[in-house]
Design a protein around this ligand. Structure first.
Ligand SMILES: Nc1ncnc2c1ncn2[C@@H]1O[C@H](COP(=O)(O)OP(=O)(O)O)[C@@H](O)[C@H]1O
Ligand SMILES: [Mg+2]
Length: 271
């Protein structure tokens, strides 16, 4: 079992979109996946299960000092479970984000991983390399960094890598699963250049070969409350990017290739 954090310095770069669609793609390839939302804005629950906003979740358990495992929801895709962020009011009242307890976050993730019986726990995090995100990174085996393909966006990459290096120096064996370019616009010079510059500047193997294109389908999928692969009977081409990303990450997550091709149909993931 591996804990994979999805984290980046900036918000709005596609972390949640990557977390949901990657979790779905891995599950669709036959791996047992639990997606945990640690972003107080709670959009993972929203996108995967209507009504999840009202449900209790990660922060309720953290505030109560309880094991969050009993709050895990099953999606209709048998391999995919989720834990919404839940309500943050009691967590905030109990000291809030200033005093996030690393141990409590690590214990919660370990308990979840054990109870859910999954191969990978995908953890979506709030923007920035501080607070809960740092606690998640300390508990994680690896981190996937979504990076928006725009000139200003790529400037935050060194900051993220420095934060990861600092954690490693303190003895946390956090591996970088990869940097994945998001919202890539093949017809925009600036977007393509940002991607190429980053690829040229970073060691080979650090950047994922799969690029997530900017496509209105992602907005529609979030609006409809589903991963892109479930948007329609014939998912848009961009859905295949996440299958490619999942395949690329399998060896890094200690997962074998799927034995069964397309074990599930589409349109089965609901509350
Ligand atoms: N590849 C993409 N193409 C088009 N829109 C996207 C893409 N990725 C994310 N979005 C949209 O951009 C917004 C921010 O994405 P989100 O995944 O929530 O980012 P983050 O979790 O980093 O804040 C959302 O409205 C989402 O639907
Ligand atoms: Mg998010």
């Amino acid at each position: 079992m591996k804990i994979l954090a999805i984290a980046s310095q900036k918000g709005g770069v596609g972390k949640t979109t990557v977390a949901i669609n990657l979790a779905y793609a891995l599950a669709h390839r036959g791996h047992r996946i639990l997606i945990v939302d640690t972003d107080p804005q709670g959009s993972v629950g929203l996108s995967l299960s209507r009504g999840a906003r009202e449900r209790t979740g990660f922060y309720d358990a953290l505030a109560a000092g309880e094991d969050p495992s009993r709050l895990v929801l099953q999606s209709r895709l048998p391999e995919l479970k989720l834990l919404p962020a839940g309500r943050t009011d009691s967590f905030l009242a109990a000291g809030g984000f200033g005093g996030v307890d690393d141990r409590a976050v690590a214990d919660a993730l370990a308990a979840l991983a054990a109870a859910a019986g999954v191969d990978v726990v995908v953890v979506d995090t709030p923007a920035g390399m501080s607070g809960v995100t740092t606690s998640v990174l300390r508990a994680a085996d690896s981190v996937l960094i979504p990076q928006q393909a725009e000139p200003l966006g790529v400037r935050s990459v060194p900051q993220v890598l420095q934060a990861i290096a600092a954690l490693r120096r303190k003895g946390h064996p956090l591996a970088v699963a990869g940097i994945v370019m998001t919202m890539v616009q093949g017809d925009q010079k600036e977007s393509v250049e940002a991607e190429q510059q980053l690829r040229a500047a970073l060691p080979a193997g650090l950047m994922c070969s799969a690029n997530v294109p900017r496509e209105v389908a992602f907005l529609k999928a979030s609006g409809a409350g589903v991963p892109l692969g479930l948007l329609s009977k014939r998912p848009p081409a961009a859905a295949a990017v996440f299958d490619q990303l999942a395949a690329e990450l399998e060896p890094k997550l200690g997962l074998g290739s799927p034995t069964e091709a397309d074990p599930h149909g589409v349109g089965e993931l609901v509350d």
